[in-house]
Design a protein around this ligand. Structure first.
Ligand code: ATP
Length: 904
């Protein structure tokens, strides 16, 4: 069918089989060749990204800034006064400022771009009769896709089969109540919201399953037509940056007012010339405003985001970077996040017999033994009807499949089910043949809420339901148990509970398997069919060992003052045993979902303050837990993967969605997506979050006192009525060149060794903490002393004002360099091997700045631009010593603060 026709066809008014026919597809999906042809014809299933702002627009955006207005005004006035050199330098600074903003924006944007592809959606399609997981961009019209709850629709589709399907179409229609979908065609003129047999790209499956055929991809989809892009990474800023921006704005206004006052004071009180005073006032404004700060803070944040991405934590919402640093509790799922999710059945227990199973992983190789004696699979199944029935149920009540490739067995589907398949194969069964011999007539799929799965199969004289699930659920549905010899006897409930408990104590996950024979030819399975009168076939005990790296990460979190809480759907005893193995504590008592239900708010708040493990918990419990923790003042990171976890993920301070097994709904709700589903990556993200905060604080602590020292020197000179120790253009040189180059290093600073040994930062702790404010004042005073002292010293030696100013500028830059070494460790000593060595970045910046200062001092063109003069070697040495003094004094200050235990 030509592209035009596919696009204009009103598929909602077309019956399902007719749609398939017209799209030249089939229930088994497309062939590979036809997919390639269609991909070439229709293009990738991708929306064009919003057109980026043009270079001119971006440049203008960076020009729109109070500081630049001041500078441009200053350039105009100095030009009118005939100070051409000043005009030129000021204009160069304007250009530099815009350029820095421009480049940093590009850099930050690139960092975010780079992680966007990590969030690319996937789709499950049927091609040539085989189920495959493909990149959603590869879908073409005619592809048959499988949808399950939590999926985001990858394209516009016409439903072929649907079971309890509900779709949240708010992204498209704005309607927030999910819509019940059906397969029957609707009227030709139905509006989008009424097209019940259709699904649209970007909407979310909230419940049920479906099979559907793709009718439109990429720009041809409804969402593509309205040209709206679903953002995978949210842009924006963070509360901290916003606060700093506001602080910057107020600071600028205060500085401008002070400069104006200074101008009045100089002209009216001191009787200085307006021209001279204007230059001094501009100098003060320029000296006091930290021009590079906003740009460097944004870069620091972007670098943090990039670093987290390389450690498998993809940030979707920027504020999370900051919040991570103050997380006090991490609530984590167990299976697959704290454990490896490589499940292996170790024991099978029937009434009167238990079978040990060897082997690891999904390879169906491993000896079977009963009471220590090895037994051949064939003999086992022949001798024990109960075990045989259990193995059949394990293979048939199962959606997973195992594939062998070069002796490597890989699993497609749920690991618990994979373990059961491997078990059945070790017992000599062939799941593929079994599925052909005893086809499935219907299924109640597994969902965490009801914790079981059931399938319906035909037998010679009726039908049979096979059920597997959490033991307490299944035991409650059973009336009988099957004995080893196949005889059915009444269920010994107590005995079974004891057996479950014994297995769980060892940290094993236990599943019960049961069946029920139904008379007549049923072809639909209802919950009532499995609610009672089942016959228990036995239990399987599965191990899922903790991840090594999770054990380390848990220890790291404990050292960092972060509590780790496990929230799992698994059995309480199993969960507690695993928690012990993870080093979460020795005396761990799990609280179960049903217990939570009986707690009121106050009891719950007390419980969450202590408990480490919540078992048999459902997504609603997660939401209540987050709220209770937050009410206790905790900052909570919470993991989730299912569609029902979305509310808890949104409620948490940092919602962490699983990138591999997580549903699209969870990913959209999370602030972070874990590329590897691994708990250790959350700990890494916290570490990076704390580092980002540290680096932001270092940048602020670095830049503000430099501006403070400069402006104090200028103010003092005007108040004393003496010549400025540094001219405005020289101040601009320092601020725009050496300060920015040195401060930029701080954005890339590596993590300090003790980052994960400190308690979490209080979320309300201001960036300008008492410590930072103290440092700003103290270091400003040091800078003032250095600049003024050296300037006066030179004058007292009979030097010209120009030479004295050159010394003042060089002293300032030299102090900056040494201060950088100090600030790299805010409170820890800098005189360590690591500290003195610096990093390659530090060294490059320092040598760069050194070379530029040589140019500034000795190059004739710089001398004429900045009125600088060549200095003697001796003077140079004194300058370096003055710089070194800053470092030494600050080391003494750090030691004193530590000695006195002044946390500040
Ligand atoms: P998490 O720790 O991430 O919450 P979980 O796997 O422990 O995950 P669920 O997946 O909700 O939690 O499983 C809860 C219980 O349901 C399991 O302990 C098991 O008894 C049972 N179960 C798990 N998977 C299946 C399945 N595919 N079929 C039937 N029962 C299952």
């Amino acid at each position: 069918m030509p592209e035009q026709q596919i696009q204009s066809r009103r598929w909602h008014a077309c019956e399902a089989d007719e749609t398939l026919r017209e799209l030249e597809s089939s229930a088994a999906g497309l062939s590979r060749q036809s997919v390639e042809e269609r991909l070439a014809r229709h293009g990738a299933n991708r929306l064009e990204e919003a057109k980026p702002a043009s270079v001119l627009q971006r440049l203008l955006r960076h020009l729109n800034n109070v500081l630049l207005y001041v500078l441009i005004a200053a350039a105009v006035v100095t030009g009118l006064m005939g100070h051409w050199v000043d005009t030129f330098v000021i204009l160069v600074v304007v250009v530099l400022n815009v350029a820095i903003g421009f480049v940093q924006e590009g850099k930050a944007e690139k960092a975010l771009q780079a992680i966007r592809h990590l969030l690319a959606p996937h789709a499950v399609v049927l091609r040539e009769g085989r189920q495959q997981d493909v990149d959603a961009a590869e879908l073409v019209p005619g592809d048959v896709v499988l949808l399950a709850s939590g999926d985001s629709l990858p394209a516009d589709v016409r439903l072929l089969q649907a079971r309890n399907l509900r779709i949240d179409e708010a992204a498209l229609t704005g309607e927030s109540v999910p819509v019940d979908k059906q397969v029957e065609a609707v009227a030709d003129d139905a509006s989008i919201g009424d097209r019940l047999c259709m699904g649209y790209a970007g909407t979310l499956v909230t419940q049920g399953q479906a099979r559907a055929v793709v009718v439109a991809t990429g720009a041809a989809t409804e969402i593509g037509r309205i040209g709206r892009m679903l953002e995978s990474v949210e842009q924006g800023t963070t509360p901290l940056l916003r606060k700093m921006e506001e602080f910057g704005r107020i600071q600028t206004l205060v500085i401008l007012a002070t400069s104006a006052l200074l101008f009045l004071f100089g002209t009216l009180v001191r009787g200085m010339g307006t021209g001279e005073m204007f230059i001094a006032a501009v100098g003060l404004a320029v000296a006091a405003i930290p021009e590079g700060l906003p740009a460097i803070m944004t870069i620091t944040l972007a670098i943090g985001v990039q670093r987290m991405a390389t450690r498998s934590a993809v940030i979707r919402r920027l504020p999370a970077v900051e919040t991570l640093g103050s997380v006090t509790v991490i609530c984590s799922d167990k299976t697959g996040t704290l454990t490896r999710n490589e499940m292996t059945v170790q024991e099978v227990i029937c009434a009167g017999q238990s079978l040990e199973v060897e082997g690891a992983g999904y390879a169906p190789q491993g000896a079977l033994s009963v009471d220590g004696a090895a037994i051949e699979p064939a003999a086992l199944l022949a001798r024990s009807p109960a075990l045989s029935a259990l193995m059949h149920a394990a293979a048939l009540c199962n959606d997973a499949s195992l594939h062998e490739n070069e002796q490597q067995w890989t699993l497609a589907g749920d690991p618990t089910e994979g373990a059961l398949l491997t078990l059945a194969m070790k017992a000599g069964l062939s799941p593929t043949n079994l599925h052909v011999d005893r086809p499935r007539l219907d299924v109640i799929p597994f969902e965490s809420e009801h914790r079981f799965m059931a399938t319906l199969h035909a037998t010679d004289d009726g039908s049979e339901v096979l059920v597997k699930g959490a033991p307490e659920r299944i035991l409650a549905m059973c009336a009988n148990q099957m004995m080893v010899d196949g005889e059915e006897r009444p269920l010994e409930l107590e005995l079974w509970h004891e057996k479950v408990e014994a297995q769980a104590q060892a940290g094993r996950r236990v599943l019960a398997l049961a069946r029920r024979r139904l008379p007549g030819n049923k072809d639909m399975l209802e919950h009532a069919d499995v609610a009672s009168a089942l016959t228990l076939l036995g239990l399987v005990a599965i191990i899922d060992p903790p991840r090594e790296e999770a054990i380390r990460a848990v220890a790291q979190c404990r050292a960092a003052g972060i509590r780790v809480v496990m929230i799992t759907g698994d059995h309480g005893v199993t969960a507690s045993a695993i928690a012990r193995q993870l080093g979460m504590g020795d005396r761990i008592q799990a609280i179960t979902g049903p217990q939570l239900e009986h707690m009121d708010e106050a009891t719950m708040r007390r419980a969450v303050a202590e408990a480490r493990v919540f078992a048999r918990a459902s997504p609603e419990h997660k939401l209540r837990l987050v709220r209770a923790l937050q009410a206790n003042g905790d900052v909570v990171a919470m993991t989730g993967d299912g569609v029902n976890d979305a509310p808890a993920l949104k409620q948490a301070d940092v919602g962490v969605a699983m990138g591999m097994k997580g549903t699209e709904a969870a990913k959209q709700a999370g602030a972070i997506v874990l590329a590897d589903d691994n708990f250790a990556s959350i700990a890494h993200a916290v570490e990076e979050g704390r580092t980002v905060y540290d680096n932001l604080r270092k940048t602020v602590t670095f830049l503000l006192p430099i501006n403070g020292g400069e402006s104090l020197s200028l103010l003092l000179a005007v108040l004393l009525g003496i010549a400025l120790p540094i001219t405005p253009v020289q101040v601009l040189w320092v601020n725009m060149v050496s300060s920015v180059a040195l401060a930029m290093v701080l954005a890339f600073e590596p993590t300090e060794a003790d980052v994960m040994q400190r308690p979490p930062r209080r979320p309300d702790e201001p960036m300008l903490s008492r410590f930072v404010i103290w440092r700003i004042f103290f270091v400003s005073a040091l800078f003032l002393a250095g600049i003024f002292g050296m300037y006066q010293w030179m004058l007292s030696q009979g030097a010209t004002v120009e030479a004295a100013r050159t010394v003042a500028v060089n002293t300032l830059v030299c102090m900056e360099v040494f201060y950088l070494f100090s600030v790299r460790y805010l409170k820890a000593p800098s005189f360590t091997r690591e500290g003195v060595k610096g990093t390659p970045r530090v060294l490059v910046a320092v040598f760069g700045v050194f070379a530029l200062q040589l140019l500034f001092t000795y190059a004739p063109f710089m001398q004429s631009l900045f009125e600088s003069e060549a200095l003697s070697l001796f003077t140079g040495l004194v300058v370096v010593l003055a710089g070194l003094a800053v470092l030494v004094i600050l080391e003494i200050e750090k030691a004193l603060l530590r000695r006195l235990g002044l946390g500040l």
